[in-house]
Design a protein around this ligand. Structure first.
Ligand SMILES: Cc1cc2nc3c(=O)[nH]c(=O)nc-3n(C[C@H](O)[C@H](O)[C@H](O)COP(=O)(O)OP(=O)(O)OC[C@H]3O[C@@H](n4cnc5c(N)ncnc54)[C@H](O)[C@@H]3O)c2cc1C
Length: 498
């Protein structure tokens, strides 16, 4: 990373350029020293993966431009205001974005995030998916409920496989398929309720979108890394980010507004400095290749106006339409921290907790108990997803936390109260102007190749490429998908830019 003084000098140089040089015409070739081999837009997992791989391949002049005042994008580890015992297995910190390394191993080998966690010195602990579920009155669910739920999910799986084999329509949502399934036999009220609960927790929560928004045929076309357990990086995802960001040139507070690829041999990247020295100043940089990792939600917002300016020339209509057709999901966390886990440790003994809700499925009902994992933190996290989570973003922190504590009160005997948390954190990823959501999903209406069409490289020499979780065909919505997409794009562009 550049020191502050180096960065200031670079910025002053940019500001000092006559305007004709800062915005060269299509045919003008700036002096070679001003040309980067590779500009990467975004310092999230994909951008840092791309920079790492490009460097390994011998690409010399690499610059990462980041709009935020920090690296990491949708990975951010926040320190907690509690003191842990000296022998605590993990520091007091919590991930507000990506938290798990999904399926650390399996037929595909070792998940690359687990490798980065080891290299970074963070290490990781594997986690179990064991959970408890309670009915709307706060009574632990019966064996009958559990077995009905499992039975209905098994039947659903068989039905869904047949649905996929039967030439399904792209216009189907997952809710349409659920309704067809429900009409296919005469199910009891218990069976219907159990299946809807199962689909809400297993699918709508995971993909972080409503059943009515998820594509019938394509919502689950992503793949698992393998069959191994999930894991939590012991020092959080930011440890992995710091490791990957070391020795990279990253300019934070640099917002890219225009990617001009009209010159076949050289791309112009223009924007503005958002904060710090030179606030408001414009910049234009040239590169032989550009990797754009702007998240899907951000791209969709940029393409929404009648005449978008982000790409010059404008994207082909079918590419722009494909980007707009994808879905940006929403998963939010309410993190609640206590000095220790004594008030719940005798009741919630497993990592996952479902507090079933009779009114609105999936609302303030899914919790993660970090005290029952290898990091042993006295923290409960409540997850909300989809349109419900969007609505919650407009609530105050106090109301949100109180709503997350509400269902937990049902766990305690009458007369007992939950001690107030000593710290709470409420995430609002849909309101985050650099992502507008948590991760991509296949929305109702997409077809098998929408994602491919959306993120095809640009220009006659394909010098502008896309990376990011949203561009990965097998592992979208994950940190490893993002990382691998960056590596793949660096490998594609390296021969063109060296
Ligand atoms: C709540 C939540 C929970 C998650 N849980 C998990 C999990 O447990 N496991 C998992 O594997 N994944 C999880 N994910 C997904 C994972 O975080 C993402 O897939 C991954 O971090 C995305 O990386 P990326 O590089 O594609 O995008 P980002 O990390 O978003 O990086 C893109 C960067 O581009 C920057 N940028 C945007 N616009 C501009 C601009 N105009 N100019 C310059 N820079 C710009 C952004 O600021 C950002 O830093 C979760 C995500 C969320 C939000």
């Amino acid at each position: 990373m550049l020191t502050f003084v180096q960065k200031l000098a670079a910025m002053v140089m940019l500001l000092a350029l006559p305007s004709s040089m800062s915005a060269p015409s299509q045919t003008q070739s700036p002096p070679p020293s001003n040309v980067y081999d590779l500009i990467i837009i975004g310092s999230g997992m994909s951008g840092l993966g791309a920079a790492k791989r490009a460097k390994e391949l011998g690409v010399a002049k690499i610059l990462i431009l980041e709009a935020r005042d920090r690296f990491g994008g949708r990975t951010i580890t926040q320190p907690l205001n509690i003191t842990l015992p000296p022998n605590a297995p993990a520091p007091a910190a919590i991930d507000l974005g990506a938290a798990w390394i999904h399926r650390i191993s399996g037929a595909r080998g070792f998940n690359p995030m687990a490798k980065v966690a080891n290299e970074s010195g963070s290490g990781y602990v594997t986690t179990s998916e064991a959970g408890l579920s309670f009915d709307p009155k706060g009574v632990e669910d019966t064996d009958l409920w559990d077995s009905t739920l499992q039975d209905m999910l098994d039947r659903w799986e068989v039905y869904y496989e047949k649905y996929l084999d039967g030439n399904p329509k792209d216009s189907d949502s997952l809710l349409t398929v659920y309704n067809q399934f429900i009409q296919s036999a005469s199910w009891s009220t218990l069976q219907k309720a159990a299946l809807l609960q199962g689909l809400t927790t297993e699918i709508a929560m995971d993909y972080a979108a409503d059943l009515s928004q998820l594509s019938g045929p394509w919502s689950q076309s992503d793949q698992n890394w393998g069959n191994g357990p999930d894991a939590l990086p012991l020092r959080g995802y930011s440890a992995l980010i710091s490791y990957l960001a070391a020795n990279k040139t990253i300019w934070t507070n640099y917002v890219v507004d225009v990617i001009d690829y009209s010159n076949p041999a050289l791309v112009n990247v223009s924007g503005r400095i958002l904060k710090g020295p030179g606030t408001g100043a414009k910049f234009t940089l040239q590169a032989k290749g550009v990797i754009n990792t702007m998240p899907l939600g951000y791209l969709q917002a940029q393409l929404a106006p009648a005449t978008p300016i982000l790409f010059k020339p404008a994207l082909a209509t079918n590419q722009s339409a494909a980007i707009k057709a994808m879905g940006m999901a929403l998963l939010n966390k309410v993190v609640m921290v206590w000095p220790n886990s004594s008030w719940w440790s005798g009741i919630v003994t497993k990592p996952w907790l479902t507090m079933r809700n009779s009114t609105s499925l999936g609302s303030f009902s899914e919790y993660y108990n970090l005290a029952a994992t290898g990091v042993k933190l006295p923290v409960l996290i409540c997850f909300n997803a989809g349109s419900f989570a969007k609505g919650v973003e407009s609530m105050s922190d106090a109301v949100t936390v109180s709503s997350a504590l509400g269902p937990l009160r049902r766990l305690l005997p009458a007369g007992k109260t939950i001690p107030p948390p000593v710290q709470t954190i409420v995430t609002r990823w849909a309101s985050d102007p650099w992502t507008y959501g948590s991760y991509s999903y296949n929305k109702v209406g997409v077809s098998s190749n929408t994602r491919q069409k959306a993120f095809a490289p640009l220009g006659t020499q394909k010098r502008v490429g896309f990376a990011g979780e949203h561009t990965h065909l097998l592992f979208p919505a994950t940190a490893h998908g993002a990382y691998l997409s960056g590596i793949a794009e660096a490998e594609r562009l390296a021969p063109l830019v060296m």
